[in-house]
Design a protein around this ligand. Structure first.
Ligand SMILES: [Mn+2]
Length: 415
């Protein structure tokens, strides 16, 4: 028997943080969550799966219109050919009171109740699936604790959308512990909610498959589903299957001192080529970071518009690549120690920045006096991304930036 376990499909999720430009593969990136769903059904067909488990957040939120639901059901319908069963639970993103539209479930598709945990037994397969859906977005209670006792003489699977005992970057929903999961005596816990793949335990199996498709720059690398093989009520193998349609990646390039602008572009190209190869024929959204102390400083920093266009052109040339963001933190080749001894404005500036490196957080924060008012007026989405104008940590980064960008101008080295 073969079971496919997936979670966090986030179908029709908008791809966040992609600034548009000519040549960027907008359509394929936008459609990636749907293509990943199609790939999931293809995997079920190829493996002749008996059962597909979806552990919540199938949808990113309320449907804009019925096309999202029609697409989902259209894909599930393809399983008719192999007679596969489907069991789903809802997560925080597609909780009952979040998704207001709905379509009647297809035959062979069971969505588990949100009012209480329930069990579906497939006698012909020898499998029992226990689970409970999220009724609302915020589920603070331990749902697993109340899951039913195991069903004798079959393979027992718990289907659950949970943050477990807490995972960075994930809201603490339906929290529980490995001990509670183990206490149920099930063979496999099919979890969802955490977007990075993680095998929590192998006895019993407790698995976060990760999301099916990366959706923004913090969801990098391979994404996919988990394939479970079982015989006579025992799990024989559990393997990750990579089926994402588009890939997010970060590349870091460190320049050497003598590297000029052309050298920098050559190094970026080599790094992008590596990433292109790793992603096979998938569309890629790549964040490029360039650092080091280098000759290329002036061209990279003073003509940023050209640098960005050149790097985007490299991405286009390699095919299906969206250069999502370019982060340049290159330092100029300047003898700072010599400058601190100078009597002019540049010397005073460097001495002031240096002095602040050793300042306490309170001293650094004192520099931001008067910015609180501005901070209050910031749009909510900027604040959510952690932009604080008064945080000492941010101010330290900005001061370093200031030295890097301002000093060459003060020294007349900008071209
Ligand atoms: Mn979730």
């Amino acid at each position: 028997m073969r079971i496919v376990h997936a979670a966090d499909l986030h179908i029709d999720s908008p791809m966040r943080g992609l600034s548009r430009y000519d040549g960027a593969p907008a359509a394929t990136m936008r459609g990636a969550t749907r293509v990943a769903m199609t790939n999931l059904i293809n995997l079920c067909l190829e493996e002749r799966a008996d059962l597909l488990l979806l552990a919540g957040d199938v949808f990113d939120g309320d449907w804009k219109d019925y096309s999202t639901g029609l697409f989902f059901q259209g894909e599930l319908s393809r399983l008719r050919e192999i007679g596969a069963q489907v069991v789903t639970v809802r997560g925080n993103h597609d909780a009952l009171n979040v998704v207001t539209r709905g379509l009647k479930p297809l035959e062979r598709v069971r969505e588990l109740d949100s009012a209480r945990p329930e069990t579906v037994v497939f006698d012909s397969l020898g499998v029992a699936v226990h689970g409970q859906s999220f009724g609302g977005r915020v589920e603070k209670g331990d749902l697993a604790e109340n899951y039913p006792p195991l069903t004798r003489d079959v393979l027992n699977i718990g289907l659950l959308h949970t943050s477990l005992d807490g995972r960075p970057g994930h809201e603490p929903y339906a929290p529980t512990t490995l001990a509670v999961l183990k206490s149920k005596g099930y063979d496999y816990w099919a979890l969802g909610h955490v977007h990075a793949r993680e095998v929590i335990s192998t006895e019993p199996w407790v698995v976060f498959p990760g999301n099916l498709q990366g959706r923004h720059a913090r969801e990098t690398g391979e994404k996919g589903a988990t394939l479970i093989t079982a015989e006579n009520g025992r799990i024989m193998s559990v393997e990750a299957r990579v089926i994402d349609a588009a890939r997010w990646a970060h590349v870091s390039v460190v320049l050497a001192e003598e590297d000029n602008f052309d050298d920098a572009l050559a190094k970026v190209r080599a790094a992008l080529e590596d990433e292109r190869e790793r992603a096979a024929d998938r569309t890629l959204a790549v964040r490029v970071s360039i650092s080091g102390t280098a000759e290329a400083y002036a061209d990279l920093v003073n003509d940023q518009e050209r640098a960005v266009a050149e790097i985007r052109a490299l991405g286009s040339d390699l095919g299906g690549m969206w250069v999502e963001k370019i982060v340049v933190s290159v330092r100029p080749r300047i003898d700072l120690d010599a400058i601190t001894k100078r009597d002019d404005g540049a010397g005073a500036f460097v001495r002031a920045v240096r002095a602040l490196e050793h300042a306490t957080d309170a001293e650094v924060q004192a520099l931001t006096k008067g910015l609180e008012e501005l901070e209050r007026k910031l749009p909510a989405e900027l604040k959510r991304d952690g932009l604080s104008l008064t945080s000492p940590k941010n101010v330290r980064v900005w001061l370093a930036d200031l030295e890097r960008t301002l000093l060459p101008r003060m020294l007349g080295e900008d071209r």
